[in-house]
Design a protein around this ligand. Sequence first.
Ligand code: ZN
Length: 354
Amino acid sequence: MSTIDYKNLKEKLIVAYTKQILNEKPTINVNDLQSKANLPLIRSIHSHINCLAPYKIPSSLDIALNTIDLPKIYENVDKREKENKIPNLRYDDFIVLELLNYFKNDFFKWVNQPSCQCGNNDQIEHKGIKKPPANNPDQISIIEVYQCSKCKRIIEFPRINNPISLLRTRNGRCGEWVNCFLLILEALIGEGKDRIRYVLNHEDHVWCEYYSYGLQKWVHLDPCEAVFDEPLLYCNNWGKKMSYVIGFNMNSIVDLSDKYITKEKQINQTEVVDPKEVEKVIEFYNFKKLHDVYDILKNEQNEINSLLEIYKNIIVPRNKEQVKGDIKSTPSSNIPKGRQTGSAEWTKNRGENG
Ligand SMILES: [Zn+2]
């Protein structure tokens, strides 16, 4: 009498399923994609597809760990663990909570506009923008140019993207905050796994998420405001209207609009880009990312193991994440109304003052 080898059978099914996914061609091809490349949202998705790569460089993670005050952070992590009242949190969740606090209060500084060497902080006039230099190790996107009304000095504020440079300059607006925060977050809890996510809102804000094993979900983090797990912060507290929110993982892209945007604050997506087109573009990149990882793995190990690995590390997490229709959870509770970073005038102009 023969017995069924269930482990072997399960593996065979997974391999067949994964092969099928790899063969499911996306609805659009490269040419279709290029024809949409002039749409602002599609352009920013394209420019962010590999945005997590800088956080996976081991030497950068070492520099991050050597820059922050680890003894202070861990001392406070221990306190948080002892005093905790939230169920299911694990040690690394306390690390994230403490990092939010440390980063905002001890490490990074918000800059509306730069101050002048002469001591004048108020009468700084915005003069325009400059292109970055050709040799650009700080990965500067643009240079904002200001002039001091008192001493007439020209002040430049380069918008830096390189997270290593930001460990040194330690200031900026939400882009700089998230770029630098993610590097430290990955260094503290990443373990090389796909656990951090860059989150882009089309209406000029960025934040991030990490995967919490304790809470069994992707958790919203806003480093600028030191806010943990309040996805409705923007709509309910800031009063911000938004069209799209897109998340970028190492190996996947996910439309998070339904997680962050309430019905009341939803900007008609069709006026920005047809949601069906966005879905197809994301499908295209996810297909490409899956194949890219598979091709790398196949060079290192046999086909079966490569298929099993992408199933476990990419396909299962993607399938698990049911963002659509999964939100409109409890409204943000004990956080103050309106955005906390930025001047009153700046937040008001952006419609984020609650
Ligand atoms: Zn001055």
